[in-house]
Design a protein around this ligand. Structure first.
Ligand code: NAD
Length: 264
């Protein structure tokens, strides 16, 4: 494999699971030093650190336990990355959560938490990491938004609003930094095979009285024309391209990887 990220340092939020872990692994295999972040059982975090560490050719990947709902912890995470690894050349804002409810019944604390973790954290991390990127002469910011950053679905008000906001933030930052050596882009996946998305299948099967297989193709993936999950490795490849040496003119985009969902 070509080591397109050799010598780079990457910070990937929400990288103990799913898309973030796949991105961290892809970056490590491409030569980057990667700092992980995210929640999970101690043994899950240890396994992620081990796997990414091995891909980096070292023992254990560095890890920050920062809570993306807490601005001061986000700032401390970026500072720790720069102190421990010497830089933060690549920032992937990926941590995210989901909650589904009719708007009249949506719990206020759940709404606030989704907005804080899925959107506001991106602002705090970008604000903390950008000065170092500019000073060192290279930077890549990738915000993991969603197809729900471009189009809506019912019962996902907090998630859809937060992901649209991520796309807006991405564009605005991209315009501000256009003449610097830093780029800022968003990735907009459709349904990706991860714990966050798989957890939505059973409730749909129960609600409609169908098998989980039917709930997946007929309900969850009703607007994903390929009728199959996007795989985490596919998203990781897109992130790798955006952070590599040949993407300097890609700035302010919201790149879809959704099986054709938003083409409709
Ligand atoms: P996942 O549940 O597998 O992983 C989410 C990660 O975020 C985990 O590492 C978790 O520990 C971390 N996390 C959650 N709350 C956190 C907090 N407060 N602070 C720090 N870390 C926290 O989910 P995933 O599907 O891999 O989702 C990753 C991103 O991709 C999310 O932003 C999600 O909205 C987005 N996304 C997912 C899909 C999909 O279908 N899976 C589609 C489009 C976009």
């Amino acid at each position: 494999m070509t080591k397109t990220l050799q010598g780079r340092v990457a910070l990937v939020t929400g990288s103990t699971s799913g898309i973030g872990l796949a991105i961290a692994l892809g970056f490590a295999r491409a030569g980057a030093k990667v700092m992980l972040n995210g929640f999970g059982k101690p043994e899950e975090i240890a396994a992620a650190r081990q796997a990414v560490g091995e891909a980096m050719g070292s023992g254990e990947a560095p890890y920050s336990p920062a809570d993306m709902a807490k601005p001061e912890e986000i700032r401390a995470m970026v500072t720790a990355c720069e102190a421990e690894l010497g830089a933060c050349d690549i920032l992937v804002n990926n941590a995210g959560i989901q909650f589904v409810s009719p708007v009249e019944e949506f719990p206020e604390d759940r709404f606030d938490r989704i907005v804080a973790i899925n959107f506001v954290s991106n602002f705090h991390a970008i604000k903390a990491a950008l000065p170092g990127m500019k000073a060192r002469g290279f930077g890549r910011i990738v915000n993991v938004a969603s197809a729900h950053g471009l189009v809506a679905s019912p019962y996902k008000t907090a998630y859809v609003a937060a992901k649209h906001a991520v796309v807006g933030l991405t564009k605005s930052v991209a315009l501000e930094i256009a003449r610097s050596p830093v780029t800022c882009n968003a990735i907009c996946p459709g349904f990706v095979r991860t714990p966050l998305a798989e957890a939505q299948v059973k409730p749909l099967a129960d609600k409609h009285g169908v098998s989980e297989e039917a709930a997946l193709t007929d309900y969850l993936l009703d607007r994903q024309p390929t009728k199959r999950w996007v795989e985490v490795e596919e998203v990781a490849e897109m992130a790798l391209y955006l952070c590599g040496p040949n993407s300097g003119s890609v700035n302010g985009t919201a790149l879809s990887i959704d099986g054709g969902w938003t083409a409709q």
